[in-house]
Ligand binder design. Structure first.
Ligand SMILES: Nc1ncnc2c1ncn2[C@@H]1O[C@H](COP(=O)(O)OP(=O)(O)OP(=O)(O)O)[C@@H](O)[C@H]1O
Length: 244
């Protein structure tokens, strides 16, 4: 069974059609990257798969459950990190992770494991006991990544996971994401960082103006466009969609 199956997905905001028939599938254990220019429809797609936004038409299934008719079943499998997520500023990082773990853990042992895993992923050292209001942007992002992955979702949906992180912190987060799939998880992420998707993703979908323009592994896409990197592939796909 596919982890995610998106067929002919359409979504409009008023008279503006943001998604015009998006289609892709994700297999278990994959890191699947959605890349595209500003306004291409990445966040809209991720929010629909996360059950936060209703599609106008088309079908989206997560582990075989339809996001529109069975959203509660879908939510059992997923964890969603929004692009602009925040954490409760008056809590410490540790209190925040504990607060979230209480919702997900079925017993005390699982609660303890989740919080420990969250602390490990966040890598905030002794600052984990400082208030979130004192954190830098990058520290908050790491706390939120930890929050998304510590609950052991079968599918992690991460909107711009490394946005606002410096090079070293971004590398750390990429490693955490890779490790997470080694333990059986599947990841759907969006990114503007071409080096990141090339390094991280097993397959990439290029989305442009609400439609998937290309899907493939980084190696396949580079071969198809005779390109040295994914940035070149991206530029060529966008250029072609405007002029070819
Ligand atoms: N709530 C909304 N109301 C009206 N238009 C919206 C709304 N949300 C998104 N849009 C429009 O839909 C299109 C797709 O937006 P979306 O946020 O999905 O793009 P994106 O690829 O994630 O962009 P970015 O890379 O800039 O984050 C854009 O033109 C955006 O302006």
């Amino acid at each position: 069974m596919k982890v995610v199956e998106v067929i002919d997905l359409k979504k409009s905001y008023g008279t503006f059609q943001a998604l015009k028939g998006v289609k892709f599938e994700i297999d278990g254990g994959e890191i699947f990257g959605l890349i595209g220019p500003n306004g291409a429809g990445k966040t809209t797609t991720l929010r629909i798969i996360s059950t936060l936004l209703k599609p106008d038409s088309g079908s989206v299934k997560v582990f075989g459950y339809d996001v529109t008719s069975s959203p509660d079943d879908v939510r059992k499998f997923i964890s969603y990190l929004p692009e602009d997520a925040g954490a409760y500023k008056e809590l410490t990082g540790l209190e925040y992770l504990r607060f979230i773990a209480r919702f997900f853990a079925r017993d005390e042992a699982e609660f303890k494991d989740m919080v420990e895993k969250g602390v490990q992923i966040a890598k905030l050292k002794d600052r984990i006991t400082s208030k979130v209001s004192t954190y830098s942007k990058g520290m908050i992002r790491r706390l939120l990544i930890a929050r998304a992955l510590m609950v052991n979702p079968k599918l992690a949906i991460l909107d711009e996971p490394t946005s606002g992180l410096d090079v070293l912190n971004a590398q750390e987060v990429r490693k955490v994401i890779k490790d997470y799939t080694k333990n059986g998880g599947t990841v759907l992420l969006s990114s503007h960082n071409m080096l990141e998707v090339e390094f991280l993703c097993d397959r990439i979908a290029l989305i442009n103006e609400g439609q998937i323009a290309r899907i493939g592994s980084p190696v396949q896409l580079k071969q198809e466009f005779n390109a040295v990197n994914i940035e070149e592939v991206f530029t060529e796909v966008i250029r072609c969609s405007q002029t070819c």
